[in-house]
Design a protein around this ligand. Structure first.
Ligand SMILES: O=C(O)CCC(=O)C(=O)O
Length: 321
């Protein structure tokens, strides 16, 4: 896998982008006025620039004006932020996100030489040292009472999503070409079972269906080490796939830090510090074993994953505040 730095959880690779765009276009019918204005401004700009030959050229000042309005509508963070009611519709283009990304304070990674593995963690200590410090950590004993390891499988999840319920908020096909979760669950049994000669796969999605969320939560609990005041988001993120595959190097643009429980299989995480901390911080690696939970601020650390077990890897996780 040749990792390409990307800019957000919602923008991990070209395939993902394509899938996102397809999904967003599906929602275009109800676009708010501002989006229509954006489209109109772009259209106006294109028309003035490329309008039919033979017509009188528009005055430069008109072109400059339309260009300015188009640019403002396209990238203004204030405008984007006013629309933060729908992740898909307000998604800022990755270039704008990079442009407006504030410089990271390198104290999040300075002095962090390795990713510790802890057990019997006191939530107070966790809060003080790890929860909001940006320091990644793995907790080894947080899933002991969960039934997820026995329950979660490709078949279990396929059953849960049966009936073409478009319950995923976001779907990342990575390098598979699947167009949706439904498409993913429709793959052949031999491919799903990783039979020799079949194509490998790796996907991730967030669940927005409350009923499905309730079933998932029957098999896992709120990680005990999270600070008492921390809310863990209702939106579950599931990532699953075959050996040798994983997510390419990227950094997220989500609200909060995340925890992710390794339900089955083993996954290697490769973390790189924020670019501006390149010379003062280390690159880190850790293999998360079944039953362990990694806690990571994916907004600060660039991260890449690789399934290193021989069997399928399944994880579940969420953000916490
Ligand atoms: O679990 C993975 O393989 C990738 C997770 C990830 O990239 C994320 O949570 O942003």
């Amino acid at each position: 896998m040749t990792p390409e730095p990307e800019s957000a959880r919602t923008n991990k690779s070209a395939e993902q982008l394509r899938s996102e765009v397809r999904r967003c276009l599906g929602r275009a019918k109800g676009l708010p006025l501002l989006w229509r204005l954006r489209a109109l401004a772009l259209f106006g700009l294109a028309y003035l620039k490329l309008g039919p030959p033979g017509r009188r050229k528009p005055p430069k000042s008109l072109l400059a004006g339309v260009l300015l309005v188009t640019a403002a509508l396209a990238v203004s963070p204030a405008v984007w932020n006013r629309l933060r009611f729908d992740r898909c519709l307000i998604e800022q283009p990755s270039m704008a996100r990079q442009l407006f990304r504030p410089a990271e304070d390198c104290s999040v990674c300075e002095g962090v030489r390795r990713i510790e593995k802890l057990s019997s963690v006191d939530p107070w200590l966790f809060e003080e040292r790890y929860a909001y410090s940006g320091r990644p950590v793995v907790v080894s004993d947080a899933t002991a009472n969960w039934t997820a390891a026995g329950a979660f499988s490709f078949d279990f999840l396929r059953e849960l999503y049966r009936g073409g319920r478009a319950a995923e908020c976001q779907f990342f096909p990575y390098r598979t070409g699947f167009r949706s979760l439904e498409d993913f669950f429709n793959m052949s049994a031999s491919r799903a079972l990783l039979r020799t000669g079949s194509e490998p796969w790796y996907v991730g999605w967030s669940n927005c269906d409350e009923a499905i969320g309730d079933v998932l939560r029957r098999h896992y609990d709120r990680p005990y080490f999270l600070p008492a005041t921390a809310e863990t988001e209702k939106t579950d993120w599931i990532f699953m796939g075959s050996p040798g595959y994983g997510a390419p190097m990227h950094v997220d643009d989500v609200e909060y830090p995340s925890w992710q429980a390794q339900i089955r299989g083993r996954k290697k995480w490769i973390l790189e510090p924020p670019r501006e901390c390149h010379y003062s911080c280390d690159r880190l690696e850790v293999v998360v074993e079944p039953g362990e939970i990694i806690v990571l601020d994916t907004n600060k650390w660039y991260h890449q994953t690789l399934i290193v077990s021989e069997d399928v890897s399944i994880t579940i996780g969420a953000e916490y505040d």
